[in-house]
Design a protein. Structure first.
Length: 252
């Protein structure tokens, strides 16, 4: 299982929102690139970057910062937030990002998703951000009437090969991941060629060890790293079997 430290960017700074609420924000660092270098030094091979301003505004906002992170580290980066057009996706990938995570647009513009899959294949990831089992969109400010499991089933059949599943109620709440929801999502994806990355609520090494019992490709860690509840170097050593400073193996 691959660990993906999360860097959420708002107003140029590294922050965490509580359950996606922009009014409940904690700033952890003024320089996201410095944080990325720290996670690389601790042994990370991947990084999960969210442009929170972009998610809110419906267009990429912090792309220059994301480009800087790509330039100043050797990390493989998946980026999300406000990607609504093929041109925006193409530009983000051109910055050096390994793959992009699409959210709102998979509900509002299925044709765009199909075109993106045709052009970039596995570099396109779908974010399934669920509130009460229903997919949330537009920076988590709106909740659709589409069940995350239904969408996962449809899109895996349509060719999506990787999903990031987030239980919003667990995000930054330090309550542990929603194992029942993850188990259900894995059941839905069974028999497909799609991989699942877990996000939301991971607060301890024990949580990561529990996730290792599932057929999950990766786990995104956010607040637990910033509060010190999880030491990334120790987690990488325990979960990935690598020492800090080592490069990762095959791409996730």
């Amino acid at each position: 299982m691959i660990l993906l430290p999360a860097i959420d960017i708002k107003d140029g700074r590294c922050v965490r929102l509580y359950q996606g609420d922009y009014d409940q924000m904690t700033v952890y660092a003024d320089d996201p690139a410095e944080v990325a270098r720290r996670w690389q030094a601790a042994g990370a091979s991947w990084l999960h970057v969210v442009d929170l301003d972009g998610a809110r505004d419906g267009r990429p906002v912090n792309d220059a910062l994301i480009e800087r992170v790509c330039r100043e580290t050797n990390l493989k980066i998946e980026a999300s937030g406000g990607l609504r057009t093929l041109e925006q996706i193409e530009r983000m990938l051109a910055l050096g990002v390994e793959r992009v995570v699409l959210g709102t647009v998979v509900l509002t513009d299925r044709d765009l998703l199909e075109q993106a899959l045709q052009r970039w294949g596995a570099r396109i990831v779908v974010g399934l951000d669920a509130r009460g089992g229903l997919v949330a969109i537009k920076g988590w400010r709106e909740t659709s009437n589409v069940e995350a499991t239904t969408l996962a089933r449809e899109l895996s059949a349509a060719g999506v090969r990787r999903f990031v599943y987030t239980d919003i109620a667990r995000d930054a709440a330090m309550r542990g991941p929603n194992l029942d929801a993850l188990r259900t999502m894995l059941d839905v994806l069974k028999g497909s060629q799609a991989y699942l990355i877990a996000s939301g609520g991971i607060s301890s090494l024990e949580d990561l060890q529990q996730l290792m019992q599932f057929e999950i490709e990766g786990a995104i860690i956010g607040k637990a790293l910033y509060t010190g509840a999880i030491d990334l170097a120790e987690a990488v050593r325990m979960i990935e079997g690598r020492e800090s400073g080592q490069t990762g193996g095959e791409k996730c």
